[in-house]
Write a protein that binds this ligand. Sequence first.
Ligand code: BES
Ligand code: MN
Ligand code: ZN
Length: 488
Amino acid sequence: MMDVRFSGFGPVKDGVLIVGATEGGKLMAQAAAADKASGGAVAAAAKRNRFTGAKGQIVDVAGAAGGRVVLVGLGKAEAIDPLVGEAVGGAVIARFLTCGEAKLVFALDVSAEIAGHVALAAVLRGYRFDKYRTKLKDDQKPSVKTIEVQTGDPAAARKQWKAHEAAIAGVTFTRDLVTEPANVIYPQSFADRCAELKKLGVVVEVLGEKEMKKLGMGALLGVGQGSAKESKLVVMQWKGGAAKEAPIALVGKGVTFDTGGISLKPGDGMWDMKWDMGGAGAVAGAMKALATRKAKANVVGVLGLVENMPDGDAQRPGDIVTSMSGQTIEVWNTDAEGRLVLADALWYTQDRFKPRYMVNLATLTGAIMIALGLDHGGLFSNDDTLSAELTAAGKAVGEEVWRLPLVESLDRAIDSACADMKNITGSRFGGSIVGAMFLQRFVNETKWAHLDIAGVAWSAKARHIHPEGATGFGVRLLDRFVKDVAEG
Ligand code: BES
Ligand code: MN
Ligand code: ZN
C-alpha cells in the first residue's frame, strides 16, 4: 500500500507537485507560487490546454520549475467539500499511478479535513489486485509509493487520518474478498479470513451445517445443499459500547458463487456471480473498519455463507423448506437464493441479539439495476428514521442509496398454495420489491433496512474512488452510519 504522510506547506525537492485552481482557472495560492517559480509556465500550460478549473481536470506541466507540476481543477471555490477532495485525489492518482514517478506531493489550498479526503481517495482509487497477474510489465505496475499532503495543519490531518486508515483497511478487506474467485473464497475460506479479525478484538464464531441444522435453518441450508463446500454462518461481535447497549446488527448475503442452482443461470456473464457475496464482504469490511478505529459502539456482523450449485443432491424447484422462524417456503426458483439465506440469517440475528437496528446488505436482485441504474444502492426499510440515517450516511461518504417502497400487494403475491410463502411471484414486475417483501417476513418488530447492492458492489468502470472491479460499497456507509447514530 501507498505510504501517506502530512506536512506543512514548503518547498518540494522530489516527486510531482500538485497544485489547485478553481473555476475560471483561478490559481490558488500554492499554484500561483509554482507559477511564479516557473516563470509563468503553469498559467501558460493551463491556457494551452483549455483548462477551466473544472473538478478533476488535470494539466501536467512536466518540467516546470525544475520539477514536475500538475495543476488540478477543484471546481467552484465555495463548493469545495470532502467529496470534491475525493474526486480530485482520485483523478490525480488515476492519471499518475503508473507514470514512473514515485512520489506525489499535494499542495492544495484546502482545509486539513479536505486534504485528508484527497489522500483517502488517492489510496482507494490506487487499489490494485495483482496477485494473479504474473506477467505484468514493469511499466504496468504502480510507481507511486508515497503520497505527501501539505496542509496548514498537518497535526489535525494526521489525527483524522487514523479514521481514514481504518476505512481503507475495511474497504481493502472487502475488495480482496469480493475480487477473489470462487475457487479461493468459499464459505470456509471466507470464514477463515473473518477469523483474522480476532486480532483486532472482534469476537468471531463460525457455525457449520450441524449447528445450523440444530437451529432449524432449513432455508439457508437448502441453498448450500448442492455444493461440495460446507455452508457457514459467521457471527462477529465488536463490543466497543456500553455493556447493556443494544447492538447495531449488520447482516450480509454471502453467496460465494451463484450458478442459480437447478434454475441455472445462462453461462454468459456467470463469472460475475463470484461477487454474489458482496453484502457479506461489505459487512466483514465494516467490522474491520470499526474494530481498527476502535469504534465506541456495539456492532454485530452476521454472514450467511453458501455456494449455490446444481447437483444430484441440489434443491429442486418446488421443494418446500422450513426456516428457523418456523415459516415454510416453497422454492419456486433456486436462483432466488439470497432471500432464502437471509431469511435464516435475519431471524437468527434478531432472535439472538435483539438489535436496536438491523441492516442487511445483499446483491439480491438484477432488477435493482433496472430500477435505479448503477449509481445508487436500493434501500427498503420499515422505519423512516433508520431510512433517513442510512441515506444521510451514504450521501456523506459518496455511497448513495435510494429508498423504494415496501408494497403490500407484492407481499400477497408471494403467498403459496402449499406452503406459507414461495420465493418468487412468477412475474418480473417489482422484482426488487418482491425480494424485500420476502425478507420482511423474517423481521419482527425490529427496526430493519435492506440494502440491495447488486448494482454497486462491482463496477465495470473505474470511478474516482475505485478502479474497475470490486468497489467496497457499503463499508464506508456503514462505518459512517455507526459513527453518526451510535457514537454520539
Ligand atoms: N445474485 C443474483 C442477483 C444479481 C444479479 C446480483 C446480477 C448481481 C448481478 C440473485 O441471486 C438472483 O439470481 N436474482 C434473481 C431473482 C429472480 C430469480 C427472482 C434475478 O435477479 O434474476
Ligand atoms: Mn441467484
Ligand atoms: Zn444470488
